[in-house]
Ligand binder design. Structure first.
Ligand code: XCC
Ligand code: SF4
Length: 657
């Protein structure tokens, strides 16, 4: 037995290879000493299934499951005769449907709360950004002049409800899509109806014996994804802003060092902002603050993780403790007195780790219970009943903290909370807010293009490192980077979301950043807030000078460490909107097939965007930059950039002389 143990110890991967996040490294070392298992250990012992990885298997009926050979993809078909292209297209379709369902489910929940707030049935939340309410209403043709908040709000609710329930016609935010892009969608029948309809149709078409032409399945994949980006996710962002405020830049702190040994530490993890917003009220409740002090703490410390954390980091500057892969390791500090979660990316492994450190793990949403966790349901008409109880649980855990606490000292700073409204204002100034300066700087070549780098972390690759290497390479090449999701926290921990990080940018981007005082990497919020990027793209097209369609823009997207089906849905809506989007880690298709060709070439030939893939960050950067340059050339602005760079070089020569 002892020998066996030695062997397993020898095989242990150094924590530095698992993650570049130092705090997470420290906690992984401690976890090993404490005998606690995390996703990093499970990823090592659970080899990814190679057939599933290539999407060459189908379990859509009981004649199967059928496994095809991805080395010889056309050598075999399933029992029903389904070929590799049908099988992969259906698998991809269902992943996109699941991701789209998640974002729409979240958006619909927000919209329901909004309705009850407007109706006066919920008073723990409010309409905080009336300007945003009006601008969103106007963007879909709702009259706002001389009308009350309630009138506008109810009409907005009725209109946006169609995002989910629309049986026919086009979703409301299709009105925000640039004309030429929308025309193309109409030509291919891609403009979504309501999400319920699109997801239902996607599930039905991918049942055994229904849609068996990968091209036709792809049409519904795009339409389904578009009702995520321009539908449910966009509603989640806009309603979130209306109720909780539109973000504007705030200085923030990230990393595990935001936990405080002498305070009652509460972490909120998940996605919907309502839990966190109510928790913000609870931790300020004087009686609860007193109770924390009576328990010997100096106060209550509320911090976020994952997208829940990003919602309030952007809006209120609440500290953020880390991204997805750090959610288990942070419990290893022993300093977390409660972790409250709602929906999405809450890995079941948390239960065991929480148990080891006697941290209450509390689920709050009826759609997400976890075996072994404590469920305290949050009801929107009285959310504080739930969040107060969580605080009380945390205080009593603080009081009975038994084991020694070990909090990594790491704290990093950044400026986050950008929004498309703020980009408008920041570059244009308050009197001439517009996208013209951004477009001008792209046209004159100081900014080569814009890249969205987003998405998860994944223990199949070294946590954070792919994000950071990729983004550094992009900004070095004058590509302005916008970010959402867990990726943003990777970059914040690496110090790239500060204005000072401009020195890492190429000469053109550096000049723009220094003039405006902005970071070269802009954090735009949670994953639903990728829709801020869609709107920014839309504005860039409408402002002029960069083509007529989103597909004309010198922009690209990437999720280099993705893991979730939501990320695939996001990727697909960017592709269908006209953006080249590259993913890392692995891509769920079989190489050398017609479906691969459609995804990586065919969609672009139709005038949409296309997919790209590489596990290597520098290769990803090169692909994105090459795409941006291709678009610059097509726009005839490639020469301008040569001039700017020559100017810079000339200037340096002069300086040197
Ligand atoms: Fe989840 Fe949104 Fe991915 Fe992070 S980035 S791991 S989806 S928390 Ni959305
Ligand atoms: Fe096999 Fe066809 Fe059934 Fe899929 S649908 S499991 S390929 S028989």
């Amino acid at each position: 037995m002892a020998i066996k143990k030695d062997i397993s110890k020898k095989k242990e991967i150094p924590v530095e290879d698992l993650t570049t996040c130092e705090a997470t490294q420290q906690m992984l070392v401690k976890a090993r000493l404490d005998g606690v298992e995390t996703q990093f250990d499970r990823a090592k012992s659970m080899k990814a299934c190679p057939i599933g990885g290539d999407s060459a298997c189908c379990k859509h009926c009981a004649m199967g499951p059928c496994r095809l050979n991805s080395k010889d993809p056309y050598g075999k078909v399933g029992v029903c005769g389904a070929n590799i292209d049908t099988i992969q297209a259906r698998n991809f379709a269902r992943m996109v449907a699941a991701g789209t369902a998640c974002h729409n489910d979240h958006g619909m929940a927000m919209l329901n709360i909004f309705k009850e707030v407007v109706n006066g049935e919920i008073d723990d939340y409010a309409i905080q950004d009336i300007g945003k309410l009006e601008s969103v209403a106007q963007s879909i043709g709702i009259e706002t002049e001389g009308r009350s908040i309630k009138e506008i709000g109810l009409e907005l609710y009725d209109a946006l409800e169609k995002t989910y329930t629309g049986v026919e016609g086009e979703i409301p935010f299709a009105q925000r899509v640039p004309e030429k892009t929308l025309e193309l969608w109409r030509k291919y029948n891609l403009v979504p109806r309501g999400a319920m309809r699109e997801i239902m149709e996607m599930m039905s078409r991918t049942h055994m014996g229904v849609d068996q032409d990968y091209n036709n399945i792809m049409q519904q994949i795009s339409r389904t994804a578009l009702v995520d980006g321009w539908g449910g996710s966009m509603v989640a962002t806009e309603i979130g802003d209306i109720m909780f405020g539109t973000p504007s830049p705030v200085p923030i702190e990230v990393n595990m060092g935001v936990l405080k040994e002498d305070k009652v530490n509460i972490i909120i993890h998940g996605h919907e902002p309502n839990l966190f917003e109510s928790m913000l009220a609870s931790v300020q409740e004087p009686t609860l603050v007193e109770a924390a002090k009576a328990a010997g703490a100096t106060g209550i410390n509320l911090v976020g993780m994952c997208c829940s954390g990003l919602e309030v980091l952007s809006r209120h500057g609440v500290p953020h403790a880390g991204n997805f892969s750090s959610t288990e390791p942070i419990l290893v500090t022993g300093a977390v007195d409660a972790m409250a979660v709602d929906i999405q990316c809450i890995q079941q492994g948390l239960v065991k780790v929480a148990e080891c450190y006697k941290t209450p793990l509390i689920t709050t949403n009826p759609r997400c219970n976890i075996e072994g966790a404590t469920h305290i349901e949050l009801h929107e008409d009285d959310p504080k009943a739930c969040t107060d109880e969580i605080v009380i649980k945390a205080i009593s855990r603080y009081k009975s903290r038994k084991m020694p606490v070990q909090i990594p000292k790491n704290v990093n700073f950044g400026v986050h909370g950008f929004s498309h409204e703020y980009i408008n204002y920041m570059l244009g100034g308050s009197f001439r807010a517009s996208y013209t300066p951004l477009n001008d700087n792209i046209i004159n070549g100081r900014i080569r293009g814009v890249a969205g780098v987003v998405g998860c972390t994944n223990p199949r690759v070294q946590q954070d490192s792919v994000h950071v290497t990729l983004v550094k390479e992009l900004i070095k090449n004058d590509v302005l980077v916008v970010q959402t999701g867990c990726s943003q926290i990777a970059l914040a921990k690496a110090g790239l979301t500060t204005p000072e990080a401009a020195h890492l940018a190429g000469p053109g981007l550096k000049e723009v950043c220094e003039t405006v005082g902005m970071p070269p990497v802009l954090g735009l919020g949670a994953c639903v807030d990728n829709t801020r990027i869609l709107i920014a793209c839309s504005e860039m097209v409408k402002t002029g000078g960069l083509g007529e369609s989103i597909s004309d823009l010198p922009v690209a997207g990437c999720a280099p460490e993705y893991m979730s089906e939501k990320a695939l849905a996001i990727g697909q809506y960017f592709v269908a909107s006209g953006v080249f989007t590259a993913f890392g880690v692995t891509f769920p298709i079989t190489k050398g097939t017609k479906f691969e060709k459609l995804m990586f070439e065919g969609l672009e030939e139709m005038g949409l965007g296309k997919w790209g893939f590489s596990p290597d960050p520098l290769e990803l950067a090169n692909m994105m930059i090459a795409h941006i340059d291709k678009k610059r050339k097509a726009l005839g602005i490639d020469k301008a950039r040569d001039r700017v760079l020559m100017d810079m070089a000339d200037r340096r020569d002069i300086d040197a002389a």
